[in-house]
Write a protein that binds this ligand. Structure first.
Ligand code: FES
Length: 138
């Protein structure tokens, strides 16, 4: 039997799959469904970094800038990507194509620098390879 937390996460995941984020009206419905205050539902959603309460870009770009990647020049890669996209951490492009996030370790510390594009992981990146990947995002 599933625990209520598992059911909650499955529900919000499905909502995000449908809309790309968790809209306000869905937060209200979740509060009713799980008999919890709206603020508690909102707090639970904000706890998970891969859940969003605002629309995101079609491509969510996550760049690790934790220590191991940082020692392999992830910061230079990050600056090149920020320059190419014209975005700061947490911003979404006006055409809704990209959202950029600077994140903590993505679990590939020995293969840095590391970047994720939606669910796809890219390792041992150079600035040039990263920009090629982004140019293919249409
Ligand atoms: S430090 Fe970058 S993936 Fe772990």
């Amino acid at each position: 039997m599933k625990k209520s937390n598992d059911i909650f996460l499955e529900t919000v995941h499905n909502i995000q799959q449908t809309y790309g984020y968790i809209p306000e009206r869905e937060i209200n419905q979740l509060a009713e469904k799980f008999d919890q205050p709206r603020a508690k539902i909102y707090g639970a959603i904000k706890f998970y970094s891969m859940l969003y309460t605002e629309p995101t870009g079609k491509y969510i770009i996550r760049i690790c800038d934790s220590l191991s990647c940082h020692l392999k020049d992830s910061h230079d890669l990050l600056l090149a990507v920020q320059d190419y996209l014209g975005l700061e951490d947490g911003e979404t492009s006006s055409d809704q194509l990209f959202t950029l996030e600077i994140v903590e370790c993505l679990g590939h510390c020995g293969e840095g620098p590391v970047m994720m594009v939606n669910d796809k992981m890219y390792t041992e990146l150079t600035k040039g390879k990263a920009l090629e990947i982004l140019q293919d995002c249409k």
